[in-house]
Design a protein around this ligand. Structure first.
Ligand code: NAP
Length: 487
């Protein structure tokens, strides 16, 4: 492949709105800047949609819905397969683009492009497996026919932390199910989604099926679309606070919702755990995406007998991590998304230290340019530290000690969130017992990464509603219709 350059990959992206299969400027030609979080400098300008542009995008999705629903599943599947192939073929360019707008190291960005593409491969396979049912009524007289149909035009909203995969995790099942859509990526990372729109058009997606809005006014543009009533579904990934507000807006027209919200993952290490596996799992669960993941281990609970060894070995690994711009070779700790993220991590660490935690490594910001925070390990973090209740969303590992299994489970469940929990133990009975008691939609059992397109991803409690991926992922975009047959 020819050498790819930063200006080359940014220059290659269409930066207008994608509506009805065409690239169009925002009303009045308005634009906003996309910044590189490792330098603070502008990479480019993209179209800044107004509420009127939002309505145009919804008009296009509504107009395309009936035709799209009638496209044979095999054709929908083949579009996804072609888009999968293009994502894999262009992985290096797309990864560099993602690193520039989001900051994660290029090696991780490549991993995300592969992960993102796998959702298209998975849902290409699911598109042709939408089933129904035929049953005899209990009284023997009638018959039940059950069919599944696309829910209708969908609104999709995605966060900045996985700019490509959080999109394909929604777009894949929507295409497979026969739904049209309007998608709004986060203003901080719109370029990956714009590049994806181009790829889907190239893969043969008909006009109007996917419409992309980039905007600096997410609330102002999306609320009217949610309240409009023509879209029948909102699939949102982002913070619990915003999710709650959107649920209220959806209540007006009773939209179907999928909510992938915040997390506060506990990471339990029992004394009988294989310590090599636990340390490896801890590094993955904490440092994937520089700690900016909903699945990030947010609280480490370690049994007293092994807490010293675990803390020492985790500290050694964390302090050896190279920090820098994500485009540099070997970098693991890239910049956080913005200064506000650095300030939040800083204030959570100060709060924990004020309440008695001890810093084993890191614990400080790094002079600019860029939004860097050191890889940090804290020990003796008390239960009343703010970071025990709030998402850290940065490279900070807070360790607390426990004595009994019941104590560990109670601490783990002491949160309003319920996305994922991690358990490290070599005792099979304990593994299953603890997994059953943990209040979470997903458990990493001796494993620091749970995300997999073929598995149902999602949370309980205030971490969300519904599941993405797996065999249930497509159901989020399907309605069940039952036909009562009089024989
Ligand atoms: P966020 O602030 O909630 O934003 C998420 C998306 O919602 C962005 O596109 C944002 O656009 C948009 N948005 C914000 N306010 C809105 C409003 N009033 N109306 C409509 N859209 C609105 O979250 P974030 O900071 O981007 O992402 C981090 C959060 O996402 C964390 O809490 C993380 O745990 C969660 N997350 C969850 C999952 C999961 O699968 N459960 C996966 C990844 C991330 P703008 O930014 O342009 O305003």
């Amino acid at each position: 492949m020819s050498a790819i350059t930063e200006t080359g990959v940014v220059g290659a992206v269409d930066k207008e709105l994608f509506i009805g299969g065409k690239w169009v400027p925002a009303t009045g030609g308005k634009t906003f800047a996309v910044l590189d979080p490792s330098t603070g400098e502008a990479l480019c300008e993209v179209a800044d949609a107004s509420p009127a542009d939002g309505v145009s995008a919804l008009d296009a999705a509504v107009a395309a819905q009936d035709g799209w629903a009638a496209v044979p599943p095999r054709e929908r599947s083949e579009i996804l397969s072609r888009a999968y192939g293009l994502l894999i073929e262009r992985r290096d360019e797309l990864a560099l683009l993602m690193t520039l707008e989001m900051g994660k190291p290029v090696a991780e960005a490549k991993g995300e492009i592969t992960y993102a593409a796998e959702f298209f491969r998975w849902f290409a396979e699911e598109a042709v497996r939408i089933d129904g049912g035929y049953a005899i009524a209990p009284n023997g007289a009638g018959r039940f026919l059950v069919m599944k149909q696309p829910v209708g035009p969908a609104l999709l909203i995605t966060p900045w932390n996985f700019p490509m995969a959080m999109g394909t995790r929604k777009i894949g099942p929507a295409i497979a199910a026969g739904c049209t859509m309007v998608i709004k990526p986060a203003a901080q990372t719109p370029l990956s989604m714009l590049a994806l729109a181009g790829i889907l058009a190239e893969a043969g997606l008909p006009e109007g099926v996917l419409n992309v809005l980039t905007t600096s006014d997410s609330g102002g543009v999306m609320e009217p679309l949610i309240r409009d009533g023509r879209a029948r579904k909102l699939s949102f990934t982002g913070s619990t606070g915003v999710g709650r507000r959107l649920l209220e807006q959806c209540a007006e027209k009773v939209l179907r919702t999928s909510m992938e919200l915040g997390g506060n993952a506990p990471f339990l290490v029992f004394a009988d755990a294989d310590m090599d596996v636990a340390i490896e799992g801890a590094m993955q669960a904490k440092m994937r995406n520089i700690g900016e993941a909903c699945t990030a281990a947010n609280r480490f609970y370690v049994q007293r007998d092994v807490v010293e060894e675990f803390s020492r070995r985790l500290t050694e690994r964390m302090e050896a991590l190279p920090m820098g711009r994500g485009t540099e070779d070997g970098v693991v700790v890239g910049p956080l998304i913005d200064q506000a993220a650095v300030d939040k991590v800083s204030s959570l660490v100060s709060d924990a230290v004020d309440k008695g935690a001890r810093v084993l490594t890191g614990g400080a910001t790094v002079d600019g340019p860029g939004n860097f925070y050191q890889a940090t390990v804290l020990t003796g973090v008390p239960a009343n530290a703010r970071m025990a209740a709030e998402e850290i969303f940065g490279p900070v590992a807070p360790i607390s000690v426990f004595d009994t299994e019941d104590e560990a489970i109670a601490a783990a469940n002491d949160t309003e969130f319920g996305l994922v929990s991690y358990v490290f133990t070599s005792d099979l009975k304990r593994a299953l017992r603890v997994s059953e008691k943990l209040e979470a939609g997903m458990i990493g059992l001796n494993q620091g990464i749970v995300s997999n397109p073929a598995a149902p991803f999602g949370g309980t409690k205030q971490s969300g509603l519904g599941r993405e991926g797996g065999t249930v992922g497509i159901d989020e975009f399907l309605e069940t219709k039952y036909i009562a047959v009089n024989l």
